[in-house]
Design a binder for this molecule. Structure first.
Ligand SMILES: Cc1cc2nc3c(=O)[nH]c(=O)nc-3n(C[C@H](O)[C@H](O)[C@H](O)COP(=O)(O)O)c2cc1C
Length: 183
């Protein structure tokens, strides 16, 4: 009898049934997707993010953070959080802790914007890096009245690509350090 009821329940409410995702036992299938917030002043995650994410955490639920830049050159939008420096890693810890305190899981979305950037966001005002030297067409942004204009990018040399891959590797390590923690 119980089995029949459960089977019916699963048919009608699959979103609320558990899901084993690798080593993570999610208690339901509603995942909060990454949503850029632009409230991490100077790329440092802020204490208010702990409130924001813990408010949205559920026991056994998964949250994916707002896109988080892996380096200075990875930036293309104002005040997005980073995860390349010690200060940023320390700033992430209480945020991740707050989600874990509610029994939730949180993954860090690590990000490089490529050519979707401008000289102003780049170290020493250099050209944004990309796989191409073709400039992106202006794009309307959710938070801007004028379309965002992008700077002409510099196409990476093949031997420079591993440097970016390495930045991703370090950012992933930093996320693991912040979260012993992001999980
Ligand atoms: C305000 C806002 C910010 C977003 N920021 C990100 C982001 O940082 N990274 C990302 O991969 N997707 C981002 N997205 C896309 C959402 O993850 C996406 O809308 C969500 O997964 C639902 O998918 P759908 O819009 O195709 O229905 C953003 C969407 C919105 C509305």
């Amino acid at each position: 009898m119980g089995e029949i009821v459960d089977a019916q329940h699963q048919q009608t409410m699959p979103l609320l049934t558990p899901y084993k995702m690798g080593k993570f036992n999610l208690s339901h299938r509603l995942v909060m997707p990454p949503m850029t917030r632009q409230r991490s002043w100077n790329n440092i995650p802020q204490p208010h993010a702990a409130v924001y994410y813990s408010q949205r955490a559920t026991k056994g639920g998964l949250i994916i953070t707002e896109a988080t830049v892996i380096s200075e050159a990875a930036r293309g939008y104002q005040d997005t959080p980073g995860i390349w420096s010690k200060e940023q890693v320390e700033a992430w810890k209480p945020i991740v802790d707050a989600v874990h305190a509610k029994g939730g899981f949180i993954f860090c979305q690590i990000w490089h914007v490529g050519r979707a950037s401008t000289f102003e966001y780049q170290p020493n005002g250099q050209a944004p890096i990309s796989s191409t030297s073709n400039v992106l067409k202006p794009q309307l942004q959710a938070n801007a009245e004028e379309p965002a204009k992008f700077s002409p990018p510099r196409r990476l040399r093949t031997d420079e690509i591993p440097l970016v891959v390495n930045e991703y590797r370090l950012a992933a390590r930093n996320a693991m350090e912040a979260g012993k923690y992001f999980k």
